[in-house]
Design a protein around this ligand. Structure first.
Ligand code: NDP
Length: 318
């Protein structure tokens, strides 16, 4: 049951690059933002190792360290950062009602949703053991570390096809593990995969175990699901590309989203179909999913929130 009620101008839900960038801009616009971090404070980047493609870090930076920097910058500029999990929302009237940890109610004039997305994993113990040490769910983020090496990628959708061709440019050989006898990806993407000489597609194949020396990956054991024949592939990298799910479950029924749960924003804007509610980062982006694009849309959301509040104030005082 809700016990405490607090009224804020700007509530930011989520603490990845989108949320913290929104917080930095909202703080500087004097919106006095309150940011709830969610359970995984810092978001997906806290689960990666080195980040080499975020501009401004010429030597690269560790994902967790980068997120600490985001947090420090938002805090220095005045964001009220709180550890807590939004358990439900009610966007049916203004101000919007958001319940945190099932106990505290926040009334918010604007809400910025930056809850991100989570990669889907196969669910193998060895996959988690070597996550960040040869196992990755983002070829664009981590492919560079495997240049000149042999890698495997699992998945047969557009993401897997796109990431396999990306990896093929860097790596010596890419094994693409497809669990059925056909792709799910679009014809154009499949065509590209099949015409890349150093990609070997292995159909009807599932991953049994990711092998390693205790520190890093040195192979993958796969099984043909028709013949039950097991094969060991000598790879140093294992990429999982079986989809992502946006962390938007708590908003279902409250806001427009596509059939997979990505929040729909208006073109060239972070506005949603709900007045005063803005969305940014991976919660609304299934295409780019990069820290830099998330940060960019976080900036957009804060500016949109600021302009929305300014326009309302203007109407009230006019
Ligand atoms: P999808 O859900 O489209 O595909 C997931 C793939 O992973 C499927 O081939 C599925 O196999 C496979 N898979 C799922 N679970 C397992 C498992 N346990 N073991 C092995 N394989 C598994 O996800 P995507 O991320 O590829 O795409 C999401 C959406 O984004 C799609 O609509 C896609 O079109 C879009 N997209 C568009 C792009 C573009 O236009 N450039 C780029 C990337 C994505 P199966 O087929 O057997 O179910």
């Amino acid at each position: 049951m809700s016990e405490e009620i607090e009224h804020v101008k700007c509530l930011i839900i989520g603490s990845g690059p989108a949320g913290y960038t929104a917080a930095i801009y909202a703080s500087r616009a004097d919106l006095k933002p309150v940011l709830y971090t969610g359970m995984l404070a810092g978001g997906q980047l806290t689960q990666t190792t080195e980040v080499e493609n975020y501009p401004g870090y010429p030597e690269g930076i560790l994902g967790p360290e980068m997120m600490q920097n985001f947090e420090k910058q938002a805090a220095r500029l005045g964001t009220d950062i709180r550890f807590g999990y939004v358990s439900s929302v009610d966007f049916s009237s203004l101000p919007h009602k958001v319940v945190v940890d099932e106990s505290k109610t926040i009334l918010a004039d604007t809400v910025i949703i930056s809850t991100g997305a989570s990669a889907k994993w196969l669910g193998l113990e060895s996959e988690q053991k070597y996550n960040g040490f040869g196992v990755s769910a983002c070829a664009v983020c981590d492919g560079f570390f495997f240049r000149g090496q042999d890698v495997a990628i699992v998945g047969a959708g557009d993401t897997a096809a796109e990431e396999a061709t990306y990896l093929a440019k860097l790596c010596r050989k890419v094994y693409m593990l497809v669990r059925r006898d056909e792709f799910r990806a679009s014809k154009a993407m499949v065509h590209r995969v099949l015409n890349t000489p150093n990609i070997e597609v292995i159909y009807n194949t599932e991953t049994k175990e990711i092998l390693g020396d205790g520190k890093t990956v040195n192979g993958v054991l796969v099984i043909n699901n028709e013949t039950n024949q097991e094969t060991k592939l000598d790879v140093t990298g294992f990429f999982v590309a079986i989809g992502h799910h946006p962390n938007t479950e708590i908003f279902r029924g409250q806001i427009n989203m596509d059939e997979t749960g990505y929040i729909i924003t208006k073109p060239d804007s972070s506005e949603t179909n709900i007045e005063g509610v803005f969305a940014c980062g991976d919660a609304q982006d299934h295409i780019y999913r990069q820290a830099i694009t998330a940060a960019g849309t976080g900036c957009m959301a804060a500016i949109d929130a600021e302009r929305y509040l300014a326009a309302k104030e203007h109407v009230v005082t006019a």
